[in-house]
Design a protein around this ligand. Sequence first.
Ligand SMILES: Cc1cc2nc3c(=O)[nH]c(=O)nc-3n(C[C@H](O)[C@H](O)[C@H](O)COP(=O)(O)OP(=O)(O)OC[C@H]3O[C@@H](n4cnc5c(N)ncnc54)[C@H](O)[C@@H]3O)c2cc1C
Length: 480
Amino acid sequence: MTPLAYLQQRLGTPPCEDALAEYQQWWETTGRALSETIDRWGTPTLRQHDRHGARVDEIILPAGYITLVQEGYRHGVVWRVIEEEDWAGSFTLGYLTAYYDAGLYCPHTVSLSTAVPLAKYGSPVLRERYLPQMARRDGAAWQGATWMTEVGGGSDLGAHVQTVAVPDGDAYRLRGAKYFCSNVNAELAVVAARPQGAPGGVRGLALFLVPRFLEDGSLNYTIRRIKDKIGTRAVVTGEVDFHESVAYLLGSAEVGVYLILETLNISRVANSVGSAALIQRALDEATAFAQRRIVFGKPLSEQPLMRTQLHRWRDTLDGAFALAWESARLLAEVWAQTPPYSPRYHLFRLLTHLAKYWTAEQAAQAAKWCMEVHGGAGVLAEYGVERLLREAMVLPIWEGGSHRQMLDALEAMQRRGAHTLLLEHLAPHADPGEVHEWRTRIDAYLQQPAEAQEAELETLIPPLAAWVARTLSQRGARQV
Ligand SMILES: Cc1cc2nc3c(=O)[nH]c(=O)nc-3n(C[C@H](O)[C@H](O)[C@H](O)COP(=O)(O)OP(=O)(O)OC[C@H]3O[C@@H](n4cnc5c(N)ncnc54)[C@H](O)[C@@H]3O)c2cc1C
């Protein structure tokens, strides 16, 4: 089944259907080959100096890469949200992108996660200067990036963000370094840093917009190196050094950590949508192989054990898509809220943590299973099946790892009572007995000592996420 056919099946008439059809056609005729070439042979390189010795930090991209990445911008992965508030259009385009190239959805995602805080919190001058560039449809859209993680670690940003922002007139100057910088070739980045004199911990962090080049064309920061990764080769990930780099504060520093989390939450929704797409791809590849492969006198797909697995993965796909789509739907509803948030926002947060956690874990398992279905052929680089596993392995790690998602889901329940909101949200569509059972189970869980609540999280979050996914899937997806 094509990704568009699946979207049509789940959503009826998907938003921007014509654009989706055109984009899918482009993938089939052009994008697939570019993506495969870049994955296997397209290593980007960093040219730090020009031949006269001047620092230029030029990323030499493989042939075809710009076309590959810009096609999604042309179709509207960013401009549909910025100009039309059409989140559904953006996420359905993302679904198609991730079906063909899960790593490529990263540049699109981080560009969206740059454009939205800029649109929401940037000064009129910044918005006017940069948003039209990000919304370009001519194949030259400016890209964004979201850089929070430093060398000490990404989960505990409060302890490990050492980058300092020193006030300088209307702007700030950043000193520090970022250790994981995806889309390092982007023209703009949103960066977590601590304003000089701000308190320690996450509450002292703020979000800054940092252009790659200054007005005179000179470099605003330097790129130390490009990382060598097992997958996601359609996004260039590097390390960056800030030395007195010009940065613009987004929103208020007092609530900066919330802005950082808002940014990450957009990417988490996209990660969930992309994970569902990767599950579909794995299921499609496995089905196509199993229908042709003859074992013990009949097609592998007709063997009872394989038939059960194929059905189970189809159910998992429907659950993953429904969960991802519900978090997208809620994001479209609450994205403009600012702190302090409404209960609806806390419902969105809980659903998003469950979705990011569960869909990414399922995607990694789906890719592994798809490889197994192909037997030895699944391991060979020439067939592209092993690529799904290489792409999938990062989905549970970036944008906050699976532990982080489980812990943040717990926090939303402990501090905001978000489980009550979730159960109320699901009640019209769920079995009343199951809703009652979950209410009792979560209430009892939250009575335990704090350490036990953390230690036993794997007994709570995976089955809760699976139940929410199943319930939403049975209800059927609704339009954003
Ligand atoms: C390809 C790639 C691209 C990336 N791009 C970006 C980017 O563009 N911008 C950016 O900011 N970051 C980026 N990252 C970084 C990513 O967000 C981090 O890797 C992630 O947040 C985890 O941080 P860490 O690797 O430092 O692991 P750590 O924070 O050191 O965590 C190590 C392990 O401990 C677990 N853990 C943490 N706390 C707990 C706890 N309390 N209980 C139990 N387990 C816990 C984590 O889940 C993880 O499994 C990228 C990573 C990769 C691999």
